[in-house]
Ligand binder design. Structure first.
Ligand SMILES: [Ca+2]
Length: 385
């Protein structure tokens, strides 16, 4: 039997021992006494480098694994065999099956959106975004919405986060590491945030439509490797996070047509020399937008999620970010768009954190990026009265 108030570090160990321990912990946390501490529960483990988790209305989950598998996980942690119909992915380095988001009407349409890296021959590949419907244990009606063109070589910096608003899909396209200046070239795919209609067509009101020197899918540019993208549910503002090279991880609030600087403006350093890249003129440059927030030492920013609309929780009005290099979960306290405090959570796990999502009840769901990757639920403490 678990005592009523379990220190949150202890719960996953108990859960690893017996599912009944998890159930007891859940029941204890759901009881009338307000939670004074966060509580951590392991929902599932044995996932191979999971990259994205989507939360279904019935309490179950869909999870991508980077080698190219999509699985269901039931609310009580039973992991399904791979779902059929996932396209062939190029699984090398950082590449594979990556992000996943559900259509807002998923309950009726069964439609989902996902990204992957598609093989293109001779060791080259393309960041790709697609949509399909999920019925039973199979995807059908696969439609590719976006393909990086031309294909590029290299195993790093694919970007690949997705966000949906009412009628559009936003796709982060990483800079593919080199040549870096493609992020500044409007005719190149790399280093961009793309915006498409959900059927894959280009919206008429995209900022570069009609310009012969620009890809019309482009929403904003000068990005490096963006692996966090989410709409603020309070305001509808789009927030993006990206990896700097060595140093200079950023949060941006991408506006249409704006240049976010990479590689001409950066707080990061060349991995080889620990000095600014030759393309970098400084931490700012004319015509480029400064980051909304920057870390001089890179946490390794990945998935991102807001917790808002829950005044009963101590973490209301927070933005969570997975940290791969720092091996923890970042919680930023917000006052409007302003970041007023930073806290690090889950450092005791020692795990790279790849994705984070927030459920309707305000629970925080986290994926660890490991051979034996885990899906975790972190229940926030109650707000102080
Ligand atoms: Ca920047």
């Amino acid at each position: 039997m678990i005592p009523r108030r379990v220190p949150w570090r202890v719960v996953p160990l108990l859960c690893a021992l017996a599912l009944s321990a998890c159930d007891a912990a859940r029941q204890a946390s759901a009881s009338a006494a307000p939670r004074t501490e966060a509580q951590l529960q392991t929902i599932a483990r044995g996932l191979e480098h999971p990259w994205a988790v989507a939360l279904l209305d019935d309490g179950s989950f869909l999870v991508t694994e980077r080698p190219g598998r999509l699985r269901r996980i039931s609310a009580d942690g039973v992991v399904s065999p791979p779902i059929a119909g996932v396209p062939k992915v190029w699984a090398h380095g950082q590449a594979g099956l990556l992000d996943l988001v559900l259509a807002p009407d998923f309950a009726s349409s069964h439609r989902l959106y996902f990204t992957y890296v598609e093989p293109a021959g001779d060791g080259s590949s393309r960041t790709t975004a697609a949509t399909a419907t999920l019925r039973g244990d199979a995807l059908s009606g696969l439609q590719v919405l976006y393909r990086e063109a031309p294909a590029m070589s290299g195993e790093a910096n694919f970007g690949s986060r997705l966000a949906l608003d009412d009628g559009h899909v936003f796709i982060t396209q990483g800079d593919r590491f080199a040549p870096r200046m493609r992020a500044q070239q409007l005719s190149a795919s790399e280093g961009k945030l793309m915006r498409l209609d959900v059927d894959g067509s280009v919206p008429d009101d995209n900022p570069f439509v009609g310009r012969k020197d620009a890809l019309p899918q482009t929403w904003s540019y000068g990005h490096r490797n963006s692996q966090g993208l989410v709409f603020d549910p309070r305001t509808g503002t789009l927030w993006e996070s990206e990896h700097g090279p060595r140093g200079g991880d950023e949060i941006n609030l991408p506006r249409p047509g704006s240049n976010y600087g990479w590689p001409i403006a950066s707080f990061g350093m060349d991995y080889a020399t620990d000095r600014p890249y030759p393309d970098t003129v400084g931490t700012s440059a004319p015509g480029t937008q400064p980051p909304h927030h920057v870390w001089r030492k890179s946490p390794g920013l990945s998935g991102m999620a807001f917790l808002a609309g829950h005044p009963e929780l101590a973490w209301n009005n927070s933005l969570f970010l997975g940290a791969l290099a720092d091996r923890n979960l970042i919680r930023l306290s917000l006052d409007g768009d302003r970041i007023v405090a930073e806290e690090r959570l889950l450092g005791e796990l020692g795990a790279r954190i790849r994705d984070v999502r927030v459920g309707r009840e305000g629970d925080v769901y986290v994926l660890t990026d490991e051979d034996d990757g885990r899906l975790l639920r972190l229940r926030p403490p109650a707000a102080a009265n």
